[in-house]
Design a protein around this ligand. Structure first.
Ligand SMILES: Nc1ncnc2c1ncn2[C@@H]1O[C@H](COP(=O)(O)OP(=O)(O)O)[C@@H](O)[C@H]1O
Ligand SMILES: [Mg+2]
Length: 334
């Protein structure tokens, strides 16, 4: 048996031909896992192994069993829209690894890179909204699916705590509001949540957006996914100010298409809860445990803080209201 843990796992997953010894090369871009490309005789595949400690932050730990929930999310999503995820090819629970289809960067560019480079397709924003809404709608109220994601013990410490609770400590006057967002979000059990719908985890493929990195999968509050993704579109306005209008159009397009795709019964409050959560996540990427890497000056940080804090202290109930507050601040900067 091979000493290479990836080869050993490939063997156990039944993905190696007898005597096959493929080349294995690390892929970059991950923060919580080792990801490698394996060139099998049958073609390239990808293996992901969860790490017990995230690379972003010294004290940010997460159990490697999250790998199994990532696979389960991928399988559930594939049953709803097979184009929305890479195909899972095998799993090795013992070592917290799974194998999936390799999606070539030339055909499947990372959405974050496109947004950075000014290639800002409203079709992508639309389809991200539609696909996330479909996954939420089709899993809403499904107790059988809820049973497969008993992941409060992962979601709370790696999503709500670092973004919202850590931020509350830096902004005592907003702490009550942030803690109430944590309570409401944590207690809402409505649909299957991806948990990390960020442009860096979305590939803009020829058949629409493909979602990667579902290791924060949780049966809970769908508003979290929508707010999390929209937050990135707000933040991008600081990264590449010349494309602010386009990012804000992407925000509107994504939100509108998401909301149009929401079909579950108790959906009336989804926009309101997203609008409430969004300023918390916005401030969280400045003063939480995982600050966004491309906002680098105090002037920029203070602009986010001003808008986020104002919206936490005097919440608005619509996503258009959140966007307008940010747009007003951006206009002042110019
Ligand atoms: N199936 C895949 N095909 C090609 N590249 C992939 C695939 N899965 C992940 N990657 C690449 O690896 C990077 C990290 O993967 P991801 O699942 O997001 O790991 P992490 O949890 O460490 O962030 C992605 O941004 C992407 O560039
Ligand atoms: Mg990732």
């Amino acid at each position: 048996m091979s000493n290479d843990p990836f080869l050993t796992a490939l063997g156990r997953m039944g993905l190696l031909q007898p005597g096959e010894s493929p080349a294995i090369a690390p892929l970059t871009g991950g923060v919580s896992s080792d990801i490698v490309r394996v060139d099998l005789e049958s073609g390239p595949i990808c293996i992901k192994r969860a790490l017990p400690k995230l690379k972003v932050q010294a004290d940010w730990h997460a159990p490697i069993e999250r790998n199994q929930y990532e696979i389960e999310w991928m399988r559930t999503a594939a049953g709803i829209d097979a184009q929305a995820v890479p195909k899972v090819l095998g799993e090795d629970r013992e070592t917290g690894m799974f194998a999936m289809e390799f999606l070539d960067g030339a055909r499947y560019p990372v959405w974050k890179n496109q947004l950075r480079d000014g290639e800002i397709s409203l079709d992508t924003a639309r389809d991200v909204g539609k696909r996330i809404a479909a996954i939420h709608s089709r899993t809403a109220g499904r107790l059988d699916i809820a049973d497969k994601f008993p992941t409060d013990h992962i979601f709370l410490p790696i999503r709500l705590e670092p973004y919202l609770c850590a931020t509350a400590k830096k902004h005592p006057d907003c702490a009550a509001r942030l803690e109430s967002l944590v309570r409401v979000t944590g207690a809402t059990k409505k649909a299957l949540v991806h948990g990390d719908v960020s442009p860096k985890n979305i590939l803009a493929g020829p058949n629409g957006p493909v979602f990667l990195d579902a290791e924060c999968a949780w049966y809970g509050d769908p508003a979290f996914d929508l707010a999390f993704c929209l937050n990135h579109l707000l933040l991008k306005c600081m990264w590449r100010p010349q494309w602010q209008t386009r990012y804000l159009e992407s925000f509107d397009t994504l939100a509108t298409n998401y909301l149009a795709g929401v079909t579950w019964k108790a959906r009336d409050d989804i926009e309101e809860r997203t609008a409430h959560l969004l300023p918390g996540l916005f401030l969280g990427r400045i003063d939480g445990k995982s600050p966004v890497e491309y906002i680098t000056t105090d002037t920029q940080r203070n602009a986010v803080r001003r808008v986020a804090r104002a919206l936490l202290l005097a919440p608005v109930n619509s996503l258009g209201g959140v966007r307008a507050a940010w747009q007003g601040e951006l206009a002042k900067q110019q």
